[in-house]
Design a protein around this ligand. Structure first.
Ligand SMILES: Nc1ncnc2c1ncn2[C@@H]1O[C@H](COP(=O)(O)OP(=O)(O)OP(=O)(O)O)[C@@H](O)[C@H]1O
Ligand SMILES: O=C(O)C1=C[C@@H](O)[C@@H](O)[C@H](O)C1
Ligand SMILES: [Mg+2]
Length: 167
């Protein structure tokens, strides 16, 4: 089974995914990185040149490519579940784990980072809260949810490993 890490931007999917892959001796894939490789440009430039709809199309393509693998650790992008059908692709090929965090900790982690086009707005904290509220029904569809607000990436990885042991 694959392990899919989902959740809002800055909750630590990429960071924790790498730790988990190393500890479990599994292959790691980051969908955002695969999208950039496929498009030949950064996520920021895909949004600027081609728009979000085109980004979402490539996102679904790369998800379907990795979903065919076995035992992969897959860090997804924060908006993966906003495209219909992507939840089913993950559910049929693995376990889905949501990383959660408070809007304040996400703001602190991401402030000054210009690689996330959806947060390039005037009032970042309000936009984080708005998007989080809108997406909450999607993130709670996971098999397990970890709150990462006040714990280190290593501790988050350890909690996920405990859950996987119990499965
Ligand atoms: N548990 C944590 N505690 C403190 N900082 C963290 C934690 N997890 C991640 N970070 C930091 O937050 C930033 C964002 O982490 P990361 O890129 O892993 O998030 P992400 O969920 O993959 O975001 P995206 O959806 O945009 O890809 C990084 O600087 C990372 O070091
Ligand atoms: O939450 C989102 O919609 C996004 C999250 C990032 O991981 C990237 O996939 C991109 O910046 C969009
Ligand atoms: Mg990431």
């Amino acid at each position: 089974m694959n392990i899919y890490l989902i959740g809002f931007m800055g909750t630590g999917k990429t960071t924790v995914g790498k730790i988990l892959a190393e500890k479990l001796g599994r292959k790691f894939y980051d969908l955002d990185e695969l999208i950039e490789r496929k498009a030949g440009k950064s996520i920021r430039d895909i949004f600027i040149d081609d728009g979000e709809e085109h980004f979402r199309k490539i996102e679904t393509e790369v998800l379907k490519e990795v979903a065919g693998g076995k035992g992969y650790i897959i860090a997804t992008g924060g908006g993966l579940l906003t495209t219909e059908g992507n939840y089913e692709v993950m559910k049929e090929s693995g376990v889905i784990i949501t990383l959660a965090a408070s809007a304040e900790s996400i703001y602190e982690r991401l402030k000054g980072d210009e690689s996330r086009p959806l947060l390039m707005v005037e009032n970042v904290i309000d936009e984080i809260k708005r998007l989080m509220f809108e997406r909450a029904p999607l993130y709670i569809k996971a098999d397990y949810i970890v709150d990462t607000s006040d714990v280190s990436p290593d501790e988050v990885a350890a909690e996920i490993m405990e859950f996987l042991d119990e499965l």
